[in-house]
Ligand binder design. Sequence first.
Ligand code: G3P
Length: 217
Amino acid sequence: MFLDTANIAEIESVLTFKWVKGITTNPTLLAKEQGQSRANISREILAILNENQRLFIQTTGETQAEMYEDAQKILSKDARITIKIPANENGLRVITQLKQERPDVEILATAIFSVEQSYLAALAGCDWVAPYINRMENQGLNATQIIADTSALFKKLGLPTRILGASFKNTAQITETLLAGATDVTIPTELVKMMMDNKLAAASIQTFNLHAKGGIC
Ligand code: G3P
């Protein structure tokens, strides 16, 4: 699993767990870190990641040329970077172009709301697609079904593209997404903490500690 945040303190608080495979960011998450540039935040995150953990950085720009230029800027920084490219028409053009020029570069197609977008991104050669679970549900879409269909389609066609579920607002969405066929998820730190600190477990653990101190026999 991955952490969906650009906040260094949050990243540091969870990064010691070896199951954190890396960090995903986007322009909105970066904007929350007020007064800091994308370059600075990326440098700081890369400095605390190990050699196997990845940092996902999203291209900005509207035209193919703008997105391509930004992708080049991002990719020049570090081999642990996976580039995120929005899965619209220009994004798909940039993905195709980059994969032709540099097949080794890892690319994730982001802002996915349909099976069709994932299908085209996979055909363009993307390593990952990132369907936006909560944003789909906010629009009345059946996110679990979309993940299940995407996973079934990739399997049927033998497409190796991984499905990284993103945009979560509760922990049930995370497990439902994984059970539906997502290979990975990226989770906000707040939800990771919620998964670790189960409220019902806390009461049991507190009682065990009380008993261990001789409180009640
Ligand atoms: O990784 C994409 C994700 O950050 C979008 O999440 O919470 O803004 O819908 P959200």
